[in-house]
Design a protein around this ligand. Sequence first.
Ligand SMILES: [Zn+2]
Length: 480
Amino acid sequence: MTTDPNAGPTIDSTAVPAVNRTHTPTVGSSVAPAADPTVGSATPAARTEPHRLVVISVDAMSDVDVPFARTLPNFARIFEGAWARATAIYPSVTYPNHTAQVTGRTAAGHGIYANELVQPGVRRPDWFWDARAIACPTIFDLAKAAGLRTATVNWPVTGWAPSTDFSVPEIVDRRGLEETRALVREAASESAREYVDRHSELIEWTKKPHFGRFATSVAVDVIREQQPHALFIHLVDVDSERHATGRFTPEVKAALERVDGWIGEILAAIEDAGLASSTNVAIVSDHGHVEVGRCWRPNTLLVDEGLVRVDADGEVESWDAWVHACGLTGQLHLHPEASDDVRARVLELVQGWVADPEVPLEAFHPSADMRERYGYDGPFLGVLEGTSGTNFQNMWDGRSLYTRFDEDYSFLLSQHGHLPEQDIQAVFALQGPDAAQGARIPRCTVPDEAVTFAHLLGLEIPEADGAVVREMLTGDAARG
Ligand SMILES: [Zn+2]
């Protein structure tokens, strides 16, 4: 844990990102071998009977939301325990941070360096759905090795998860609702498929899938019927409303109220199972949000320069350089077969963008700098940081810039992916037998959360980029 609000997550300079081994120029779908659950020291701690753990991720919930959330009955119960502001890892987007919450590593260590796979020329790339892309042990691997049973519901990067007993992943088939229902089932663990079958009619689809009602029903049944030692669930509604309507709108408030109801169902299931006094319940979130002022399509500029080449239909034919959008950040990818001359030309072009006030680019950070500062690495030359509120898009056609005053602006109103110590922050709250009642901690990091969860389960993450947030704990858990 760090209490310095300007400090980034701690860095393990010895970690080698597996993504460099697996990246291919056209498709990011190749994955690293599954993390070996026997790797590391998954030795149970002295407390032989750890309490159960339920972790509820309220995507994009911020510290600013806490006073309102505490007027809602179920958020209030959890936030009466301990809570901390939590600094996200870079980039401050969903999949890298949810992977940090179950590995204790930054992206250089866990390998999930973006939400989406790098697929130049694909208009709607796949996301990092597949748990086998994670390059280090997860808390689920360690739990399995220690004989604990785990469950995940709608948690990112859990498709085809190797170690989770009951896994119902967040995964989408772009073709539609029925295809998505089938894919969720296929990517679920075998023992979880009966819960998918029981509730998959609750997956909704308006422009995109909505899993909240479905996920809550699955989690409630798994808690009641299976009583896993740990269950992690991801609820997305607050984030979705922020993107679509803005950071602090009536729709966001309504989403917090809706999520509060779902949390209430989960707490009731814990009570029904007779586990209320022996279960720690955490609420976490993964990043803040920044108001979007403009959308920028740097790949249109790469087309103009001939560094991305399109065919007669406007589809990408070949590329030397590609900017992979990651919210308010973009990664600069160079084709593996590009020459040194092309590399020099691309870097010169990007420096020209930084120097041009008409280009909404604040800085270019080479990968070595990002590794040093944020524990961030991947198969790219470096990171483009937009000016405040600049949302990156992968698209290579249309205009390079769309501002909020443009009549055809039809994009997000709020976004994240920015430097995580800036603006509103994520939260980490803990209630239950090991929670220090009323504790308020100014700052921890998202990797700290995973290390704390492992500690509560009597596990130890072998190479962590965080530490147990002991100020949130009481009794043996605070001392052990
Ligand atoms: Zn998120």
